[in-house]
Structures are given as structure tokens and as C-alpha cells.
Design a binder for this molecule. Structure first.
Ligand code: DAH
Length: 343
């Protein structure tokens, strides 16, 4: 009897030691099987032992074994609970999101220099009472050329390296096509500007196969060349500053008569002559003229009753001058280090 009691005491010490070492469910399960396993478990072996001792000792021993069994069961139950709790805490920790951490910096978008320039120009004309209109970039030969006084055989076609979609459909080479759309859908008087993308097969540091123009058109009764000159003067002074001066040179466009190249006094040197104006003191900035009667006839207007002026300018050219950019390709390379400098 004493032997068995000692054994129980020894198992108990051993169990308590082993209990301390359990740190995961795996070793917990091993421990449980070792003591409580139905086959070969220590408690089973103690009960087997009970059968071999004196009958009179059995109740006391039985009680002792039972007490040990309850102790083991309770200890394992407590341990299992604490392991479960630890596991849950660990998972909670993994899920934890520290809301006090500083956030990621928000990348703020900016405006493209061409957008800034276009809006600047639009705002100047809107302030003078102009509407803003747009038209198709894929255009019929008639709207892009014919209606503007440029028939198939006209030498003016040579100056516009055209992308043809088919014999009769082109990527518009200028925004002048919108003049025709506007005149066919509106009744004079009106003042409109028409910004948009245009296309020419041309590429170097000042030419891009896709670029932007802004067309202007004013039609009404008694619109004169004076009006054209005054309008452009106000425009250039608002765009480049009040010291900007205007110069008109005779020119030719099939859709205007008379026609003029419009120069502004060099915005870099003020007209002294520098590298940008190639020593001349002037920068060529746009084309303009009085709407040719043939254009009015093509849209069904009576050239005896209405007159008008038109102009066309390149947005890239103005942006390059305003921002001091020397290579047109920078606008379209999409290099964020370049674009970030403007807006
Ligand atoms: N369409 C011309 C071009 O692409 C620019 C132009 C010149 C437009 C004179 C006009 C104008 O409206 O009157 O080069």
C-alpha cells in the first residue's frame, strides 16, 4: 500500500513538473494522453494496480487514485483554458491596427502646363464675351480643307503634313475645321474660341505629331480689321503683360483675306534682341485675318451682310514661351519631375 501511495505522490510531482513545460496544444495533448489515456495512461495503470493490492486497502487507495485523477483533470482543464486564451490574444494582436500611426502622404495631383496655358487663354477670351466650342478630331476632307478654301490641288495642303484615315477622312491638321461646324450650327453674331488637339506628321524639338491649337472666330455685321487688331492686342497684353507690343505682317491663309502673321515683342528681352527671338526682338505667335468671303459662301452666309475675323494659335508654343521650355517633347514624356513644376 505504501508503495502505491508513494507512486501516486511521485506521479503527482512529475505531473506538476510536466504541466509547467506545456507551452502549446501539441504538448498539452501529449500530456493528457500520458496521464488520462484509456490505453496505457498512467491513471489506467494505477487502477490496474489497485486490483493487485489487498482488498482492505482498496477503498483508501481507490480514493487516493480518484483524488489524483480529479487533480489531473482539473489541472489539464485549467491549462487548456489558459492556452486557448493565449491563442486568442495572439490572434487579436495580429489583427490589431494602430490608428495612431502617421498616415501615408496623399499625393496631390496638379495641372499639366498645357492645361494651365489653355485655361489662361480661355479665361482671357471668356472675359471678352467669347463662348468655348469644340469639334471632331477625325474630320472629313471637306471640313478640314475644302470648306476653308483649300481644294484638293491647293498648294496650301503641302504645308500641312496630313494623317489620312482614308481618301476623304483625316486627322484634323488644325482647329479651323470647327469654324465651319460653328458657322453651320449658329446664327451671327457670335464670338467663339475653339481649343483642341490637332495632328501633323512632324516631329522635332518644336514640333509634335499631336499638339494643341486654339481657334478664334468672330462673325457679325461690320466686324472690321480694327476689331481683330484691338482684340489681339488686349489678348497679348493680358497674356504676356502690359508691356507686350503687337506687330502684324502680311501673310496668306486660304480662309482669310487679308491675312496676317501676328508677332509679339519678345517676352524674354522686351524687344532688344536675344537668343529666344533670334536677335529680331519679335516672336511669331499666331495667324489671323478677315474671314474670306468664300468660306462664308461655303456655309451659306451672305458675305455682303456679314463679316468676321479669325485667328489660330499654338498652345505648346505659348506654354514654351511662358514657362521657358525649350523642347516640346517634355510636355508628352509624362515625367512627373518635369510636370510637378507647374501646378
Ligand atoms: N489654321 C492655321 C494653321 O493651322 C492657323 C490659322 C491662321 C487659323 C489664320 C486661323 C487664321 O483662324 O485666321 O496654321
Amino acid at each position: 500500500m505504501k508503495q502505491v501511495l508513494d507512486k501516486i505522490a511521485e506521479y503527482r510531482r512529475e505531473f506538476e513538473e510536466e504541466l509547467k513545460k506545456v507551452d502549446a496544444f501539441k504538448s498539452f495533448e501529449d500530456l493528457r494522453v500520458k496521464y488520462l489515456g484509456r490505453k496505457g495512461g498512467i491513471l489506467k495503470s494505477l487502477l490496474d494496480l489497485l486490483k493487485t493490492v489487498d482488498k482492505k486497502d482498496r477503498p483508501v487507495l481507490g480514493q487516493e487514485i480518484n483524488r489524483f485523477k480529479i487533480f489531473v483533470e482539473q489541472a489539464l482543464k485549467d491549462l487548456e483554458e489558459s492556452l486557448s486564451r493565449k491563442k486568442a490574444e495572439l490572434e487579436e494582436k495580429k489583427r490589431f491596427f494602430d490608428i495612431s500611426l502617421p498616415g501615408f502622404p496623399l499625393l496631390e495631383g496638379g495641372k499639366h502646363p498645357l492645361t494651365i496655358t489653355r485655361r489662361l487663354i480661355e479665361d482671357i477670351f471668356i472675359a471678352m464675351g467669347y463662348d468655348v466650342a469644340s469639334g471632331p478630331e477625325v474630320e472629313s476632307d471637306w471640313y478640314n480643307f475644302e470648306a476653308l478654301g483649300i481644294p484638293k490641288t491647293h498648294p496650301a495642303r503641302d504645308t500641312q503634313d496630313t494623317f489620312y484615315i482614308s481618301d476623304d477622312v483625316v486627322l484634323r491638321t488644325h482647329t479651323s475645321n470647327v469654324q465651319i461646324h460653328v458657322m453651320k450650327t449658329r446664327k451671327p453674331p457670335f464670338k467663339v474660341i475653339m481649343p483642341g488637339r490637332v495632328y501633323r506628321k512632324d516631329a522635332d524639338i518644336t514640333h509634335s505629331p499631336m499638339f494643341h491649337q486654339i481657334e478664334g472666330l468672330v462673325v457679325g455685321e461690320n466686324v472690321t480689321f480694327q476689331d481683330l487688331k484691338g482684340t489681339l492686342e488686349i489678348f497679348l497684353k493680358r497674356l504676356f503683360g502690359k508691356n507686350a507690343r503687337l506687330r502684324l505682317r502680311p501673310s496668306f491663309f486660304p480662309f482669310t483675306e487679308p491675312s496676317a502673321e501676328v508677332d509679339v515683342s519678345c517676352i524674354m528681352c522686351g524687344g532688344e534682341g536675344c537668343r529666344v527671338c533670334k536677335g529680331s526682338g519679335w516672336l511669331e505667335i499666331l495667324g489671323a485675318g478677315m474671314v474670306d468671303p468664300v468660306v462664308f459662301e461655303n456655309v451659306g452666309y451672305d458675305p455682303e451682310k456679314v463679316s468676321g475675323f479669325a485667328f489660330g494659335l499654338g498652345v505648346e508654343r505659348i506654354a514654351m514661351l511662358k514657362f521657358g521650355i525649350s523642347d516640346i517633347r517634355l510636355f508628352f514624356d509624362n515625367d512627373i519631375r518635369f510636370l510637378r513644376q507647374f501646378g
